[in-house]
Design a protein around this ligand. Sequence first.
Ligand code: NI
Ligand code: MN
Length: 227
Amino acid sequence: MKITYYGHACFLLETMDNKILFDPFISPNVLAKEIDVDAIEADYILLSHGHEDHVADAESIARRTGATIVAAFEITTWYGQKGIEALWPMNLGGQKQFSFGLVKFVNAVHSSVLPDGTYGGNPGGFVIENEEGCIYFAGDTALSKDMELIRERFQLDWAILPIGDNFTMGVDDAIQACNLIGCDRVLGMHYDTFPYIEIDKDAAEMSFKKAKKELVLLEIGAERQLN
Ligand code: NI
Ligand code: MN
Protein backbone atom coordinates (compact mmCIF):
# COMPACT_ATOMS: atom_id res chain seq x y z
CA MET A 1 0.00 0.00 0.00
CA LYS A 2 1.12 3.55 -0.66
CA ILE A 3 0.35 6.50 1.57
CA THR A 4 0.37 10.25 0.89
CA TYR A 5 0.30 12.86 3.65
CA TYR A 6 -1.93 15.90 3.19
CA GLY A 7 -1.20 17.47 6.57
CA HIS A 8 -2.66 17.29 10.07
CA ALA A 9 -4.55 13.94 10.22
CA CYS A 10 -5.22 13.59 6.50
CA PHE A 11 -3.69 10.69 4.58
CA LEU A 12 -4.52 9.04 1.28
CA LEU A 13 -4.01 5.28 1.35
CA GLU A 14 -3.78 3.58 -2.04
CA THR A 15 -4.32 -0.13 -2.33
CA MET A 16 -4.13 -2.13 -5.54
CA ASP A 17 -7.65 -1.07 -6.51
CA ASN A 18 -8.85 1.72 -4.24
CA LYS A 19 -8.03 5.14 -2.84
CA ILE A 20 -8.98 5.67 0.78
CA LEU A 21 -8.82 9.18 2.23
CA PHE A 22 -8.65 9.74 5.99
CA ASP A 23 -9.87 12.87 7.81
CA PRO A 24 -9.57 15.54 5.09
CA PHE A 25 -8.65 18.95 6.54
CA ILE A 26 -6.74 20.60 3.74
CA SER A 27 -8.28 23.85 2.50
CA PRO A 28 -8.33 25.49 5.98
CA ASN A 29 -4.82 24.20 6.82
CA VAL A 30 -2.25 26.92 6.11
CA LEU A 31 0.52 24.31 6.24
CA ALA A 32 -1.15 22.43 3.37
CA LYS A 33 -1.75 25.35 1.00
CA GLU A 34 0.37 23.69 -1.70
CA ILE A 35 -2.15 20.85 -1.88
CA ASP A 36 -4.92 21.17 -4.47
CA VAL A 37 -7.90 19.69 -2.67
CA ASP A 38 -9.88 19.58 -5.92
CA ALA A 39 -7.32 17.26 -7.49
CA ILE A 40 -7.61 14.55 -4.84
CA GLU A 41 -9.26 11.36 -5.99
CA ALA A 42 -10.93 9.01 -3.54
CA ASP A 43 -13.16 5.95 -3.54
CA TYR A 44 -13.73 6.07 0.21
CA ILE A 45 -13.46 8.79 2.83
CA LEU A 46 -12.97 7.48 6.36
CA LEU A 47 -13.75 9.95 9.15
CA SER A 48 -12.54 9.17 12.67
CA HIS A 49 -14.79 11.75 14.33
CA GLY A 50 -16.74 14.92 13.65
CA HIS A 51 -14.32 17.69 14.57
CA GLU A 52 -13.73 20.37 11.95
CA ASP A 53 -10.02 19.57 11.74
CA HIS A 54 -10.98 16.08 10.47
CA VAL A 55 -14.00 16.68 8.25
CA ALA A 56 -13.54 20.14 6.71
CA ASP A 57 -13.16 18.98 3.09
CA ALA A 58 -15.09 15.71 3.27
CA GLU A 59 -18.32 17.08 1.82
CA SER A 60 -16.75 18.74 -1.22
CA ILE A 61 -14.54 15.74 -2.01
CA ALA A 62 -17.45 13.33 -1.59
CA ARG A 63 -19.64 15.40 -3.93
CA ARG A 64 -16.95 15.71 -6.59
CA THR A 65 -15.67 12.13 -6.51
CA GLY A 66 -18.73 10.16 -5.38
CA ALA A 67 -16.55 8.58 -2.68
CA THR A 68 -18.37 6.68 0.06
CA ILE A 69 -18.10 8.28 3.50
CA VAL A 70 -17.43 5.68 6.19
CA ALA A 71 -17.90 6.99 9.73
CA ALA A 72 -19.90 6.72 12.94
CA PHE A 73 -23.64 6.42 12.34
CA GLU A 74 -24.32 9.93 13.64
CA ILE A 75 -21.80 11.41 11.19
CA THR A 76 -23.09 9.57 8.12
CA THR A 77 -26.63 10.60 9.11
CA TRP A 78 -25.48 14.24 9.12
CA TYR A 79 -24.02 13.88 5.60
CA GLY A 80 -27.20 12.13 4.50
CA GLN A 81 -29.19 15.18 5.57
CA LYS A 82 -26.95 17.25 3.29
CA GLY A 83 -28.00 15.07 0.36
CA ILE A 84 -24.93 12.84 0.14
CA GLU A 85 -25.97 9.29 -0.72
CA ALA A 86 -22.81 7.21 -0.72
CA LEU A 87 -22.55 6.54 3.01
CA TRP A 88 -21.57 3.62 5.18
CA PRO A 89 -22.40 3.97 8.88
CA MET A 90 -20.42 2.07 11.49
CA ASN A 91 -20.13 2.03 15.24
CA LEU A 92 -17.48 1.01 17.73
CA GLY A 93 -16.42 -2.61 17.63
CA GLY A 94 -17.96 -3.23 14.25
CA GLN A 95 -16.06 -4.48 11.26
CA LYS A 96 -16.92 -4.62 7.60
CA GLN A 97 -15.31 -6.08 4.52
CA PHE A 98 -14.97 -3.41 1.82
CA SER A 99 -13.54 -3.82 -1.68
CA PHE A 100 -10.13 -2.65 -0.38
CA GLY A 101 -10.06 -4.79 2.75
CA LEU A 102 -11.43 -5.29 6.21
CA VAL A 103 -12.19 -2.20 8.29
CA LYS A 104 -12.62 -2.44 12.04
CA PHE A 105 -13.85 0.68 13.83
CA VAL A 106 -12.01 0.67 17.15
CA ASN A 107 -12.19 2.71 20.32
CA ALA A 108 -10.71 6.17 20.61
CA VAL A 109 -10.74 8.17 23.81
CA HIS A 110 -11.67 11.67 22.66
CA SER A 111 -14.87 13.65 21.89
CA SER A 112 -16.88 14.15 18.71
CA VAL A 113 -19.14 16.95 17.62
CA LEU A 114 -19.78 18.09 14.05
CA PRO A 115 -18.91 21.65 12.93
CA ASP A 116 -22.50 22.91 13.37
CA GLY A 117 -22.78 21.49 16.89
CA THR A 118 -24.56 18.26 15.91
CA TYR A 119 -23.61 15.32 18.11
CA GLY A 120 -21.08 13.16 16.27
CA GLY A 121 -21.48 9.91 18.21
CA ASN A 122 -18.37 8.28 19.58
CA PRO A 123 -14.94 9.00 18.10
CA GLY A 124 -13.00 6.03 16.77
CA GLY A 125 -10.01 4.74 14.90
CA PHE A 126 -9.72 2.34 11.97
CA VAL A 127 -7.76 -0.85 11.48
CA ILE A 128 -7.44 -1.71 7.78
CA GLU A 129 -6.38 -5.23 6.84
CA ASN A 130 -5.91 -6.72 3.41
CA GLU A 131 -3.46 -8.96 1.57
CA GLU A 132 -1.11 -5.97 1.15
CA GLY A 133 -0.76 -5.28 4.87
CA CYS A 134 -2.38 -4.10 8.06
CA ILE A 135 -2.44 -0.54 9.36
CA TYR A 136 -4.02 1.27 12.29
CA PHE A 137 -5.21 4.85 11.90
CA ALA A 138 -5.83 5.91 15.49
CA GLY A 139 -7.70 9.16 14.87
CA ASP A 140 -7.61 11.59 17.79
CA THR A 141 -7.18 9.58 20.93
CA ALA A 142 -5.62 9.37 24.34
CA LEU A 143 -3.45 6.43 25.23
CA SER A 144 -5.77 3.61 26.23
CA LYS A 145 -5.40 0.06 27.46
CA ASP A 146 -8.03 -0.91 24.89
CA MET A 147 -5.24 -0.66 22.32
CA GLU A 148 -4.04 -4.06 23.55
CA LEU A 149 -7.10 -5.56 21.92
CA ILE A 150 -5.73 -4.51 18.54
CA ARG A 151 -2.51 -6.43 19.15
CA GLU A 152 -4.47 -9.51 20.17
CA ARG A 153 -6.40 -9.51 16.91
CA PHE A 154 -4.13 -7.95 14.27
CA GLN A 155 -0.51 -8.05 13.15
CA LEU A 156 0.05 -4.38 12.37
CA ASP A 157 2.65 -3.28 9.82
CA TRP A 158 2.25 0.44 10.50
CA ALA A 159 0.38 2.66 12.94
CA ILE A 160 -0.67 6.23 12.25
CA LEU A 161 -0.69 7.90 15.66
CA PRO A 162 -1.27 11.44 16.92
CA ILE A 163 1.84 12.88 18.57
CA GLY A 164 0.94 16.55 19.06
CA ASP A 165 -0.14 16.24 22.70
CA ASN A 166 -2.62 18.66 24.36
CA PHE A 167 -5.73 17.31 22.55
CA THR A 168 -4.44 13.75 21.98
CA MET A 169 -1.52 11.51 22.82
CA GLY A 170 1.88 13.13 22.79
CA VAL A 171 5.19 11.51 21.89
CA ASP A 172 5.70 9.59 25.13
CA ASP A 173 2.18 8.18 25.09
CA ALA A 174 2.51 7.26 21.41
CA ILE A 175 5.66 5.30 22.26
CA GLN A 176 3.73 3.49 24.99
CA ALA A 177 0.89 2.89 22.52
CA CYS A 178 3.39 1.09 20.25
CA ASN A 179 3.91 -1.48 22.99
CA LEU A 180 0.18 -1.95 23.50
CA ILE A 181 -0.59 -2.40 19.81
CA GLY A 182 2.54 -4.42 19.03
CA CYS A 183 3.81 -2.15 16.25
CA ASP A 184 7.08 -0.21 16.23
CA ARG A 185 6.64 1.64 12.95
CA VAL A 186 4.71 4.89 13.29
CA LEU A 187 3.59 7.64 10.96
CA GLY A 188 3.08 10.73 13.08
CA MET A 189 0.07 12.98 12.70
CA HIS A 190 -1.86 15.75 14.47
CA TYR A 191 1.13 17.97 15.25
CA ASP A 192 2.27 21.52 14.30
CA THR A 193 -1.00 22.52 12.61
CA PHE A 194 -1.96 24.86 15.45
CA PRO A 195 0.14 26.56 18.16
CA TYR A 196 -1.44 24.26 20.77
CA ILE A 197 0.13 21.20 19.15
CA GLU A 198 3.50 22.45 17.94
CA ILE A 199 6.25 19.95 18.70
CA ASP A 200 10.01 19.59 18.46
CA LYS A 201 10.22 17.06 15.62
CA ASP A 202 13.89 16.21 16.16
CA ALA A 203 13.23 15.50 19.83
CA ALA A 204 10.22 13.35 18.88
CA GLU A 205 12.29 11.29 16.45
CA MET A 206 15.04 10.96 19.06
CA SER A 207 12.58 9.73 21.69
CA PHE A 208 11.30 7.04 19.32
CA LYS A 209 14.83 6.04 18.40
CA LYS A 210 15.76 5.71 22.08
CA ALA A 211 12.78 3.41 22.53
CA LYS A 212 13.97 1.39 19.49
CA LYS A 213 10.97 2.42 17.43
CA GLU A 214 10.66 4.23 14.13
CA LEU A 215 8.83 7.55 13.77
CA VAL A 216 8.22 8.78 10.22
CA LEU A 217 7.17 12.40 9.81
CA LEU A 218 6.23 12.88 6.17
CA GLU A 219 6.43 16.26 4.51
CA ILE A 220 3.02 17.49 3.46
CA GLY A 221 2.46 16.19 -0.06
CA ALA A 222 5.04 13.41 0.33
CA GLU A 223 4.22 9.77 -0.28
CA ARG A 224 5.71 6.55 0.93
CA GLN A 225 5.31 2.84 0.33
CA LEU A 226 4.06 0.97 3.40
CA ASN A 227 5.65 -2.46 3.33
NI1 NI B 1 -10.65 15.94 17.54
MN1 MN C 1 -8.22 16.83 15.90
